[in-house]
Design a protein around this ligand. Structure first.
Ligand code: SF4
Length: 284
C-alpha cells in the first residue's frame, strides 16, 4: 500500500491526529545530517520513485473518505528528482480530485510550482527551517535549499493563500537552540503555527553529525549517552533539558500570537494540534 496509517515507529509520545502517510519517493537526496529515516530505509541517499507509483495511487485514491494525508514523513516529497520527473505534482493532481486533505512537509522551493493545485484542495504546507544562517543550513542539510530560500517559500505560499506552518525540527543544543530571531522572522512572514522537536539520535545520524560537528558533539555526547534516555529506538536528551527547550520555543512562539506544538516530546505544551493541521481550511 502507498497510503498507510501514520504511525511513527509506534511512538508513545506521538500526539498527531489520525492521518495517512504517503511518500512518492523512496529515499531522499537532501542529506540531512540528523535524518532519522536513513536508519531504516536501505540505500537512502539514492532517491528513487516508488514502483508503479501513479497506477497504484490511482487505485488506492478511490477509497479515500476525507482523510488527512501527510506527504511525506520518510522522505521529502520534493527531492531534486522532482524537477525532472514531476511525480509529486502528478500525485497531487490525482489526490486533489478525491475526498482528502493534504499536509505537505518539505524543505524545498519546488513546492511553489504546485501552488495552483494546493489552492483547490484543503491543505497545509509545513516548511522545515532550523536556522536563519545559510552557512549552517548548508552544512546540516547539504542537498536541500538553504534557509533563506525556504523563508522565501513560506512568504510565497502565504501570499498565495496557502495555510503555512513551520517546523524547527530538530532543535540541537549549542547549534540552533537560540530560536529568537528565527521565530520572529516566521511570525513576521505570517506563519500561524510552529512545531518543534529536539534532536533524537540514532547511530547513523549521530555518526554523520559528530563527523561534521566534532566540537559540538563532544559537548552533546554526555547529555545523550550518559544523562539521556532511550525511547523507542532513539536516544533523547535528558527530560529536563528537552522541557526547557520546548518551553522556551513555546514562549517565543505564543508571544507572537502563533500556536505551538511539540513533536514526540511527551510534554503538555501544545496550544494547537501538534502537527499544525488545524490551520487547514475545509471550506474550499
Ligand atoms: S528532508 Fe527529511 S527525509 Fe530527507 S534527508 Fe532530510 S530529514 Fe531525511
Amino acid at each position: 500500500m502507498l497510503l498507510t496509517v501514520f504511525d511513527p515507529w509506534k511512538s508513545q509520545y506521538c500526539t498527531c491526529p489520525p492521518k495517512l502517510t504517503f511518500n512518492p519517493y523512496t529515499g531522499c537526496d537532501h542529506g540531512c545530517l540528523y535524518c532519522y529515516a536513513s536508519s531504516y530505509i536501505p540505500n537512502f541517499q539514492n532517491c528513487r520513485p516508488k514502483k508503479n507509483l501513479l497506477s497504484r495511487l490511482e487505485r488506492e485514491a478511490t477509497k479515500l473518505e476525507g482523510e488527512l494525508i501527510s506527504i511525506s514523513n520518510s522522505s521529502d516529497p520534493y527531492p531534486r528528482l522532482e524537477q525532472k520527473m514531476g511525480l509529486t505534482r502528478k500525485c497531487l493532481e490525482m489526490l486533489a480530485k478525491t475526498d482528502c486533505k493534504l499536509q505537505i512537509i518539505t524543505k524545498s522551493d519546488l513546492v511553489t510550482k504546485d501552488i495552483d493545485i494546493l489552492q483547490t484542495v484543503p491543505s497545509v504546507v509545513s516548511v522545515t527551517v532550523l536556522t536563519k544562517d545559510d552557512n549552517l543550513s548548508r552544512k546540516l542539510e547539504p542537498g536541500a535549499p538553504v534557509s533563506s530560500k525556504r523563508l522565501t517559500v513560506i512568504q510565497t505560499l502565504i501570499e498565495a493563500g496557502i495555510p503555512t506552518t513551520a517546523r524547527i525540527d530538530p532543535v540541537i543544543p549549542f547549534l540552533n537552540d537560540d530560536m529568537y530571531e528565527l521565530v520572529e522572522t516566521l511570525a513576521d512572514l505570517g506563519v500561524m503555527h510552529l512545531t518543534c522537536s529536539t534532536y533524537k539520535t540514532k547511530p547513523d545520524n549521530w555518526k554523520r553529525f559528530s563527523k561534521s560537528f566534532p566540537d559540538i558533539s563532544k559537548k552533546l555526547s554526555p547529555l545523550y549517552f550518559d544523562q539521556g534516555e532511550r525511547i523507542g529506538g532513539s536516544t533523547y536528551l535528558p527530560e529536563a533539558l528537552r522541557f526547557d527547550l520546548m518551553k522556551k520555543a513555546k514562549e517565543l512562539t505564543e508571544k507572537r500570537n502563533m500556536k505551538f506544538g511539540c513533536c514526540r516530546e511527551s510534554f503538555k505544551l501544545n496550544s494547537g494540534v501538534c502537527d499544525g493541521s488545524w490551520v487547514i481550511r475545509n471550506n474550499l
